[in-house]
Write a protein that binds this ligand. Sequence first.
Ligand code: WT7
Length: 676
Amino acid sequence: MGDKKIQETTEAQIAVHWQEEEYYYPSTKFIGQANLTDPEVFDRFSLDNFPQCYVEFAEMLTWYKYWDEVLDTSDAPCWKWFKGGKLNASYNCIDRHLKDNKNKTAIHFVPELEEERVDHITYQELYVRVNEFAALLRDFAGLKRGDRVTIHMPMSAELPITMLACARLGVIHSVVFGGFSASACADRIIDSNSRVLISMDAYYRSGNLLNHKVNADEAVELAAKEGQVVDKVLVWQRYPGKYSSETPMVDGRDYFVNEVVKDYYGSRIEPEQMLSEDPLFLMYTSGTTGKPKGCQHSTGGYLSYVTAMSKYIQDIHPEDVYWCMADIGWITGHSFIVYGPLALCASTVIYEGVPTYPDAGRSWRIAQELDVNIFHTAPTAIRALRKIGPDEPAKYEYHFKHMTTVGEPIEPEVWKWYESAVGKGEAIIVDTWWQTETGGFLCSTVPGIKPMKPGSAGPGVPGIHPIILDDNGDEVTQPGIAGNICIQNPWPGCFQTIWGDRDRFVDTYFGRYCKNPESKDWRDWPYLAGDAATKSADGYYRILGRIDDVINVSGHRLGTKEIESASLVVEEVAEAAVVPVAHDIKGKEPDLYVSLKPGYEASDEIAQKISDAICEQIGKIAKPRKVWLVPDMPKTRSGKIMRRVLGAISNKGDVGNVMTLANPEVVETIRTMVQG
Ligand code: WT7
């Protein structure tokens, strides 16, 4: 069963979806200052002007050498954007701003502990710190252009410094979300063949200083077992000069960055002139099989795209204070905390901890103190903030002009609270639909041009031409009918391939609808996003959810197969099946059904052991709501586990007709067990 398998969008999935809502219009005040207000942008970016239209995005950057060709399709579907062009991402995010803005804050780092002061890092200081760390990476760690480095770090100013230092040298960074386990980190070290791991000793989460360095030791050990040797672990310190972890440093392998970097004080590193099509980073994401996919993003195409999206859709001006609450360890953080805002010379906020720590007013105090005017978060955070502190925003003196929601569909009710309470009726909202693979936005309203519609992402952004296809590859033209949303054209932000697995890349994203695999014409290669969607009569898209085995938990993407494989590692487990259950804050939660091998009795200990195994192998975010130890899985006569039946039971829905199953009687047993 490959990535190609698609499940139908069930009637139920569509039925639970909400009704059409009224438009909300941007204020004249917003339009008066917006970066993009010319509706002709949609003509400029029509398919007739493809791919030439994208030169407008590339020209937002500073190039050492202009490209020879806007789009090279000769290696379809591995598109090469701005081919032959040369640039450096670190130069574009730092050096080019120094002449006029060296004293401006690039990064506001907000520690979780409120008694610790915010650290304001100017562009000049960012320049110095990135150069010195790049010198260390080159001369101490021996890294060079094209090498891969795994970075397992929490939210800190040192994380973008590390990423930008890599970019300066042309080293491909692979950032692993700090909350992921050592084992997940090891998988990524192995897959990317990293021989250097960059970590941090500790960080705060809900008021506790967590030992993070311990993960580095474990990850290195696990990687070594699979033959991938990490010879250097570079450890940043939460409190420079002080070690905040109990885990010993390994002699000859582990080094404190803050000590070693002293040898590089004053160093300046000439940015490497990278080809536009050279990879900038890898970002792993979940798919249909257990093995995460290393999405390979390019330098020129990616940076052009996120810069343009930050300017046009996020409406970032250099004088804005922009706060995106995502974690830098996800694509949202890469594109919309680090690369996009810094390329535009904005001030970007990095918050270490939990948005509701120590209380429900914390986020709004941060907004007030830094005078944040652009705010970016996910429905899961909005739901949590609304639940624990619906009246908190009004107590603080801040004013957003612009707010984003991203990561999962947002319920109109929640959208309206976001608009009126958090936005105080003054901010426009963009609901941006996109993916790790796509680098930047696919659907969203252009905030100064199109009205908002609660619960709907909006039309394709300029240059993106979505289409809804049915299972036969025909376009679904009737409004409100669900199908598979695809993008008809390539775009510069799209990832180039899956690291080391081109076949999986072609198969997963293009296999389903490409009729001629030999074709070099981009028109033959619609991109399959993996979401079901509907299009309304006004051309706005609503995203219904994944059509593959991916669950969206708190806006984080988890593969059901990943969770199932993690539980199968437990000795007693015979079979495992994961289904999504609705949750009022997280959106979805995984529910795990397990049958045991003969000779084992179901017990709380076994259930706990399975749950622990999942947290250990993937991370706490994958922890199941409940581990149900069932006598047997409901199966078809051919032996296929009926996940749909389990999903209906978990969600208290209708299991439908189960009489054709091989073991219909087990359905009632499981239903009683789960629903009581
Ligand atoms: C999946 C991608 C995009 C960065 C964060 C998640 C879902 C994303 C929306 C939205 C409805 C959304 C889709 C998509 N999704 N944005 N605005 N409305 N659904 O990136 O982890 O790669 O997940 O998140 O299902 O395929 P990701």
